[in-house]
Design a protein. Structure first.
Length: 304
């Protein structure tokens, strides 16, 4: 049996070439371009690909981060350091401002999260900054709603996505034409798997936030998901906070980012762990458990 650490370099090179081609198409067809940067591994890989696509020139994209106010501190530090290192514009918009301005209401209760509220903040940022394309790290293997996306995903003047009305992309010909007020989301690594991403990170020696490696932190268990604990999170009477060695597979708002019990401290150990697991990458995302169509419902109204 082939080990997950035996990397097919030709396969990764094909995926890299495809992603770079998509990014260069974006640069050619659109004016105001941003990479949606969460500080997670997929958006970090996007930045790395953009750097390679336009080297030795500076990449023609700004970074846009929608800050829920409930992010991991490690993510914010990594974000700021990367923007300084690459000398790229970092645009940050805050969900708290959307709440203060009455654009969204703060969720209440035990399962309160600001994850859904990000959609409003993002759409307001797109309008404010006249963004006509936002590049995201969504992949088709992540979740059934993401599997319906094209590379170039058209959004109407309200920022809404219609999964039943998408443009054909035959022979990698991408149609970026749009009307005033509309925009596109573009997903250059659509065809990558989680394992492809990790093997590429290993191959390219890409730096990641420490959250992706085993570390000790306070956690609690809710509905078979381990969640990192923060002081603003409410606990149910039967829930207890305890310390454990954990790591993240995906990174987002603390309130919905599940963590995995793990002692994997290196990329090689992480890859071996992922290859052996039978839990999907988003299986630990608490926000996806709100309903069977949780992701698709959020995407239709402007989510990443």
């Amino acid at each position: 049996m082939k080990s997950a650490l035996q990397i097919n370099n030709e396969h990764l090179k094909e995926l890299e070439d495809e992603a770079i081609y998509v990014m260069r198409e974006v640069a050619a067809q659109f004016e105001k371009k941003v990479i949606l940067f969460s500080g997670g591994k997929d958006s970090i890989v996007l930045v790395h690909l953009a750097k390679k696509a336009f080297w030795p020139a500076r990449m023609p994209f700004s970074l846009l981060h929608i800050d829920t106010g409930h992010n991991f501190e490690e993510t914010l530090t990594f974000r700021d350091d990367l923007a300084r290192e690459l000398n790229v514009e970092l645009l940050v918009r805050y969900v708290q401002d959307s709440i203060d301005n009455g654009r969204v209401s703060e969720e209440k209760g035990i399962n309160a999260s600001r994850n859904k509220a990000q959609s409003v903040t993002l759409l307001d940022a797109i309008e404010e900054l006249n963004i006509d394309v936002a590049i995201g790290g969504g992949r088709r293997d992540e979740e059934k709603a993401r599997a319906k996306e094209r590379f170039f995903s058209h959004r109407n003047e309200f920022g809404h996505w219609d999964p039943k009305n998408q443009r054909p992309e035959l022979w990698n010909i991408f149609n970026g034409r749009k009307n005033v007020g509309e925009h596109f989301r573009v997903f250059p690594i659509s065809n990558w798997t989680e394992l492809d991403v990790w093997q590429y990170i290993l191959n390219e020696k890409i730096k990641l936030p420490s959250l992706y490696y085993s570390h000790r932190r306070p956690v609690f268990r809710r509905n078979d998901v381990y969640l990192a604990w923060a002081p603003f999170m409410q606990l149910k009477p039967n829930e207890e906070v305890f310390e454990a060695d954990v790591r993240c597979r995906t990174i987002g708002d603390i309130t919905c980012t599940g963590v995995s019990l793990s002692v994997a401290n290196t990329l090689e150990e992480v890859i071996s762990e992922i290859a052996a697991t039978r839990v999907t990458e988003r299986g630990g995302r608490y926000d996806d458990r709100r309903s069977e169509a949780a992701m698709e419902d959020r995407k239709k109204v402007g989510y990443f």
